[in-house]
Design a protein around this ligand. Sequence first.
Ligand code: UDP
Length: 411
Amino acid sequence: MNSAALTIGFVMLHTSPLDIPGTKDAGGMNVVVQAQAEALARAGHDVRIYTRRSDAAVPKRVEVQPGLAVIHLDAGPARLLAKGEHEAVMDEFGHLLDAELELDPVDLLHAEHWFSGIAALSVARGRKIPLVQSYHSIAAEPDSPLTDGERPESPGRLAGEKLLASEADLIIAVSEAERQTVIDRLGGDPDQIRVVPLGVDTELFYPCVTTVCAEQRDWLKRGGRPEVIVVGRLHPLKGFDLIIEAIALMPAETRPVLRLVGAPPPDGDEYAQGLHEAVARHGMLSTTAFDGALRRSELAERIRAATIMVVPSHSETFGLVALEAAASGVPVIARATGGLREAVIDGTTGVLVTGDDPQVWATEVANLLGDAERLERMGAAAREHAVNSSWIASGERLVEAYSLACAGRTA
Ligand code: UDP
């Protein structure tokens, strides 16, 4: 262990880093925490991730790798909770966390999402250790219209997020866009916010090299169809419905294969049912694949075999999938919002699109699919852009931020 090694407690109340991303409530946050925690442990830090037990069969402590353990706390029932149910267990989780730290202290707590921040705040204060906060996403404005099928925001969320913006010792944002949102919406102090860019595993996500994959991608020569892939939890915020409507506007004979990857969140699958119905209604059953949630290696294979990725999400703090596609040498058509404006270089690694008009999306998809030279050029530029984003570098930036938070506490 190096001399400046830290003992770091990640707090991740509502979802476990051991869950498969794309299932339950697991998504980008799970991928990020796991990757950063692994990078920190490999760098010699001692890392624990505290999460709520949602399955009675899981052991209390799971050793993931040397220096990295996941610890399950028995707050609330040992079953999956819908998002709104987590507020009721924040206090209990905080008490259990405090009892853990009494036996096995840490140098700092890094809370992921606001539930975790509220649970950890008084623990950190009581123990006189810094609280570092990551939001991952921030509540929509109370009066902002809901996307079709979206559930209303918990009333306590925005207040909780604002409290954390003023009380946490340091806030970690994943993009410049998120940093600005923390300042504008939560009143965060610009000096208390550090942007720690995310990484991508370029050994998992790499461009197509095998013959099978190359054949699949070479749809022009095969006289087949190109493939558009969309990846995310099947939640209204992800805009899957928009891409279905856009592809439906294309003439049936030129429609690409549409591959949708991800599973519904635990609080309902009406949205997913609506997507299946829309595909049937538009006569797209034979050219659309619903893959469900895929494990990382299978997902990586599907992404590198695709012609393009589309990210029609209504909002995205970062948009990890766009970076994963870039690392796979796959151009991305994404909405010009939030972190996607940083993850995609418009005109170079992909195309940014504004608005909800399916015709506009259809035109961008058709234009890119119809230009083999541009596809090739953007794919190469995307890979080049992504290889600079490593999880090791992301972990190093986190440690710099932690050192600032620790120095601030002891000053
Ligand atoms: N993901 C996955 N399997 C799936 C669907 C998604 O591994 O079936 C991963 C995806 O590769 C990405 C993460 O889940 O790493 C989603 O992150 P993103 O930032 O795109 O969205 P979020 O879930 O944070 O809203």
